[in-house]
Design a protein around this ligand. Structure first.
Ligand code: UD1
Ligand code: PEP
Length: 426
C-alpha cells in the first residue's frame, strides 16, 4: 500500500490548481441515466471515486468514455451515454465502498421504473442512514421494500410530483429526489432542501438537459417534471473542499500561494475565518491568494453546519490548523456523530485535543512532531497531511487510498509549491 511521506517545516510558495469537485462530479455522472443522449462532463477530477462511478454506470450498460486532462490545471472529460439501461442492481460490494453509488436509486427508477440498490451501511464517520432518500422517493409514488440488505424500489408508471419535506438537511437525499423529480408527472417541491453549491451544479446541468427547476441554492426547490431529458455539456464546478484544504495548508505551513481555477464565493465560511487565524486572503479574479507570514496562527472556534455554514468536510483540516495555533479553540461537529477519528492520530503528532461529546477542545502547541499515522476516512487523512507540513521531522501517512478518493495528485500539487512530500509505493 502506498504511503505519503512528509518532511515538515517548508513554507509554501507558488500556485495550486484546484480540480473539479468530487461531490459534484459523482451525482452529475449519475444524471446520464436520465437520458438516452450523451452527457459530456468537463473538468472532472481523476479520482478513485469517480473511476468507480464510471464502473458502476458501465454495469448498467452506459457507454463511458474518459479523456484524461493534459495538465494538472485542467480536468478530464467524461462522455456518458445511457442509450439503453440494462440491469438496475447496485450490488453491496460497490455501494459499501462508495456511498454515492446510492444516488443511482432515483435516476434508475425514473428511467426504467425499478431499481435494486444495496443499503450502504454505516461508515467511519457515522451511521449515515438513507431514510430521507427513501421517504422522498416514496412521496413521489415509489414503493419501497427492504430485504436482504437491499432497497427494492419501483414506480412502473413513473414518478408523480409531490411535496417532499426533509426534516433535516441532506445533500444526498436532495440530489436523489431532485433527479427523480425531473421526469415525474407534475410538480415537485423540495422543502428544507440542501443549498450546497454541488446541488446547484447538478441542478444547472439538469436544466441544460431540459429539466425545469427553480429555487436552486435556496431551501425550497421546485421541479416541474418533463417527459424526457436530452444530452448536454457541463463543466463541473471547482472543488471547495480541496480549495479549503490547500488554503489551510498555507495557513499551517506559512508562505504565499494562489489557488487557481476556483472561487472565494464557494468557501466564504472558511475564508472569513482565516484572517482571524492570521492568514490574509484575497480574490485574484481567477482564484484566491492566501498568505501567512510571521507569527503563529491564532485559535478560532467553529461549528460545522450545512452550507453556507462551515463544512464538515473541512473540520478535520481545521483541527490540524488549530492544533498549532496560539490559544484554545472549540470545534463542534454537528453533521456526523463520529467524525473525530483524526483526533488520536493528531495527538500522536503531539497535538493537545480533548473530545467532549460533539466538541473537540484543541489547545494549540508550539510545534508538532512527525510520526507514522493513519486515518480511516478521506478528510481525516488530509488533516494528517496538513499537520505533517507543520510538524518537525518526518510524518508518514498510511492508507493513502482514502486520500486518493478525493484529492487529485495531492503530493504533486503540494511539492510544486515547495512542500517536501512524496508518495512511496510498496
Ligand atoms: C458524495 C457526497 O456528496 N458526500 C457529501 C454528502 O454526504 P451525504 O449526502 O451522505 O450527507 P448528508 O447531507 O445526507 O448527511 C447529513 C446528515 O443527515 C443524515 N441523514 C442523511 C440521509 C438520510 O437519509 N438520513 C439521515 O439521517 C446523515 O447521517 C448526516 O448526519 O454531504 C455531506 C455533508 O455535507 C458531506 O460530508 C459528504 O462529503
Ligand atoms: C464524506 C465524504 O464522502 P462520502 O459522502 O462519499 O463518504 C467526503 O467527501 O468527505
Amino acid at each position: 500500500m502506498d504511503k505519503i511521506v512528509i518532511q515538515g517545516g517548508a513554507r509554501l510558495h507558488g500556485a495550486i490548481p484546484i480540480s473539479g469537485a468530487k461531490n459534484a462530479a459523482l451525482p452529475l455522472m449519475v444524471a446520464c441515466l436520465l437520458t438516452d443522449e450523451t452527457l459530456v462532463l468537463k473538468n472532472v477530477p481523476n479520482l478513485a471515486d469517480v473511476r468507480f462511478m464510471g464502473e458502476l454506470l458501465k454495469s448498467f450498460g452506459v457507454d463511458v468514455e474518459w479523456t484524461p486532462a493534459r495538465s494538472l490545471a485542467e480536468g478530464g472529460t467524461y462522455r456518458l451515454q445511457a442509450r439503453h439501461v440494462r440491469g438496475s442492481t447496485a450490488e453491496y460490494d460497490i455501494v459499501r465502498k462508495m456511498r454515492a453509488s446510492f444516488f443511482v436509486l432515483g435516476a434508475l427508477v425514473a428511467r426504467v421504473g425499478l431499481a435494486k440498490v444495496s443499503l450502504p451501511g454505516g461508515c467511519a464517520i457515522g451511521a449515515r442512514p438513507v431514510d430521507l432518500h427513501l421517504k422522498g422517493l416514496q412521496a413521489l409514488g415509489a414503493s419501497i421494500d427492504i430485504a436482504q440488505g437491499y432497497v427494492f424500489a419501483d414506480a412502473p408508471a413513473g414518478f408523480v410530483g409531490g411535496e417532499v419535506v426533509f426534516p433535516i438537511v441532506s445533500v444526498g437525499a436532495t440530489e436523489n429526489v431532485l433527479m427523480a423529480a425531473t421526469l415525474a408527472k407534475g410538480t415537485t417541491v423540495l422543502v428544507n432542501a440542501a443549498r450546497e453549491p454541488e446541488i446547484v451544479d447538478l441542478g444547472n446541468c439538469l436544466i441544460a438537459m431540459g429539466a425545469k427547476i427553480t429555487g436552486l441554492g435556496t431551501s425550497r426547490i421546485t421541479v416541474e417534471g418533463v417527459e424526457r431529458l436530452h444530452g448536454a455539456t457541463h463543466s463541473v464546478l471547482p472543488d471547495r473542499i480541496e480549495t479549503g484544504t490547500y488554503a489551510m495548508a498555507v495557513a499551517i505551513a506559512g508562505g504565499e500561494v494562489e489557488l487557481t481555477n476556483t472561487s472565494p464565493d464557494l468557501i466564504s465560511s472558511l475564508l472569513d475565518l482565516l484572517p482571524l487565524v492570521g492568514a490574509e486572503v484575497s480574490s485574484t479574479g481567477s482564484g484566491i491568494k492566501v498568505v501567512r507570514n510571521g507569527s503563529r496562527p491564532k485559535s478560532v472556534s467553529v461549528d460545522t453546519a450545512p452550507f453556507p455554514g462551515f463544512p464538515t468536510d473541512l473540520q478535520a483540516q481545521f483541527m490540524a490548523l488549530m492544533a498549532t495555533a496560539e490559544g484554545t479553540s472549540r470545534i463542534r461537529e454537528t453533521i456526523f456523530e463520529n467524525r473525530f477519528m483524526h483526533v488520536p492520530e493528531l495527538v500522536r503528532l503531539g497535538a493537545d485535543i480533548k473530545v467532549e461529546g460533539d466538541t473537540a477542545i484543541v489547545t494549540g502547541v508550539a510545534s508538532l512532531t512527525g510520526a507514522p499515522v493513519m486515518a480511516t476516512d478521506l478528510r481525516a487523512s488530509s488533516s494528517l497531511v496538513l499537520a505533517g507540513l507543520a510538524a518537525k521531522g518526518t510524518t508518514i501517512v498510511n492508507r493513502v487510498y482514502h486520500l486518493d478518493r478525493g484529492f487529485e495528485r495531492l503530493e504533486e500539487k503540494l511539492s510544486a509549491v515547495g512542500a517536501h512530500i512524496e508518495r512511496q509505493k510498496e
